[in-house]
Design a protein around this ligand. Structure first.
Ligand code: PEP
Length: 250
């Protein structure tokens, strides 16, 4: 990781953990000796954000949401607004995760309006981009991730672009155990960094089957500034081990 960009590790719990499980997880995570040199975020489901906020109150671990609507309020059944997230202490929001794009039809235009709204509300967007295995095999990886990055940040000036966190998540690596080669991930992340003005100093995270056993090989890469972690963020002991291993090699 590049020392100029503070490393960041984000745990994306997806649709896992009740309120009680969230409280138990956070108590156990905070009991571990977490390294100070890494910024940490946990992103529980909406229903557990309030409990997580209370449980994290005395810690430096920040709270993230897994998506949000762009509007402050309105007739949008089932949606959650940035104003509601702010009230629960949320300071980060994951936007454009491939599961949102592929399973719930989130378009580039939606991702863009949500990124703009998050920035306008003072919430840091973690913008996920990544290619399918078919796109990779067809040699379209760079084109795909650059197009997604440009679309997600459309209309932002360099000052606002510098407020985002990017995440490169090859879709074929998510939840499969088939993590991307770290040198190749670093290369793609360099392309993402160059694709829009203002990204030079933003953290770019790798996501896709990151584990305590492989995090060091990513942490050693200059353009990789941390991780967006799914499965390996669900167990507090394993997640603390991953964070510790990242800190040792940052
Ligand atoms: C993710 O969904 O953001 C992710 C990276 O998942 P996993 O770590 O389980 O591959």
């Amino acid at each position: 990781m590049n020392a100029a960009r503070r490393p960041l590790i984000v745990g994306n719990w997806k649709m896992h953990k009740t309120v009680a499980e969230t409280r138990a997880f956070i108590a156990e995570l905070l009991a571990a000796n977490l390294p100070e040199e890494i910024d940490l975020v946990v992103a529980p489901p909406f229903t557990a954000l309030g409990a997580a906020h209370e449980a994290l109150a005395e810690s430096t671990v920040a709270l993230g949401a897994q998506t949000m609507h762009e509007g402050a309020q309105g007739p949008f059944t089932g949606e959650i607004s940035p104003v509601m997230l702010l009230e629960l202490g949320v300071t980060y929001v994951i936007l454009g995760h491939s599961e949102r794009r592929l399973l719930f039809g989130e378009s580039d235009a939606w991702v863009n309006s949500r990124v703009r709204s998050a920035i306008a509300h003072g919430i840091t967007p973690i913008v996920a981009v990544g290619e399918t295995s078919k796109e990779r095999q067809a040699g379209q990886t760079d084109r795909r991730v650059i197009a997604q990055t440009v679309a997600a940040l459309d209309g932002l000036d360099a000052t606002d672009a510098a407020r985002v966190v990017m995440a490169y998540e090859p879709i074929w690596a998510i939840g499969t155990g088939a993590n991307c080669d770290p040198v190749e991930a670093n290369r793609v992340m360099g392309e993402i960094r160059k694709s829009v003005g203002g990204l030079n100093d933003v953290p770019i995270l790798y996501g896709g089957s990151m584990k305590p056993e492989n995090v060091a090989s990513y942490a050693q890469q200059p353009d990789i500034n941390g991780g967006l972690v799914g499965g390996a963020s669900l167990d507090p002991v394993g997640f603390a081990a991953l964070i510790e291993a990242a800190a040792r090699h940052a």
